[in-house]
Design a protein around this ligand. Sequence first.
Ligand code: C2E
Ligand code: CA
Ligand code: CA
Ligand code: CA
Length: 284
Amino acid sequence: AKAAGGNRYELADADSDARVIARHSLTNRLPAALDNGEFFIEYQPLVRLTDGTVRGAEALVRWLHPVHGVLGPDQFIPLAESTGLIVPLGRWVLQEAARQARAWRTDGTCEAPLRVNVNLSPSQLRHPALVADTVAVLDSSGLDPSALCLEVTENALIGADEEELRPLRQLADLGVDIALDDFGTGYSNLSYLRRLPVSTLKLDRSFTRGMQCAPADPVDVKIVEGIVSLAHTLDLSVTVEGVETGTQAEHLRVLGCDTAQGWYYARPGPPERLHTLSLVDAAS
Ligand code: C2E
Ligand code: CA
Ligand code: CA
Ligand code: CA
């Protein structure tokens, strides 16, 4: 991590720094890091495009490594995934995020009841205890199932048959929202989309990059228009990622996208920041 002024930092660049940091030493340290409490979560607001209010936040895990500083998930999630540590790590993220979301909803400082989005890795998705673990976390935190959204990547679901989808369907039946993350980067076809127990499409930011400045890329506009119309036909809500400019936000609002997330609104940050953000928005 590099100092970036104030108490901010930038996550180390995955491509250059990962070569320097020996992968195996990171991998070996993962279990101890979990035991030692070296992981922490930043939250990035999810904003409703029609009125700019904060509706919730995505939980994004970071590792405060005693030597290398703050590491981003791209540098250790793949390692955790290949060693199986992602299951206990993911359970910790879920527990911590649920506790935090419950606090946002009960401490009285937020106008609207905030929800929390948590990423699920492919191994977590296939783990036999997924439903039981999630129900246990909801019970122990007291968080309403409808305040939790689990994000699953399109690629993790491609090819899944009905039996493999059953745990997700059970969670959806309990009232948990399921979002299809990085939508548009995989190759799921439209009839497949209909069979999935998802309620939200999270459109990958590659589709909205061409709208950062005016005039917007006309092809990107057409594609987003088509996806929004398809999603709304299927009763799915559309969240757009990587919104970096006001121009982009305005294009996406006009195109009918429901929710936005990106640096234009806020970078991922500590949980306390959600209070100030939602109060500012509620007041304006
Ligand atoms: P993701 O789920 O697609 O999360 C969005 C990523 O985009 C985050 O990167 C976020 O910081 C970044 N981002 C947000 N707004 C902007 C923007 O306006 N512009 C740009 N260029 N980027 C933006 P981050 O935090 O580095 O996370 C990377 C990936 O790591 C996530 O991608 C997700 O797949 C994974 N990840 C993060 N936390 C967890 C976790 O707890 N469990 C699992 N399994 N995966 C996680
Ligand atoms: Ca995500
Ligand atoms: Ca994504
Ligand atoms: Ca991504």
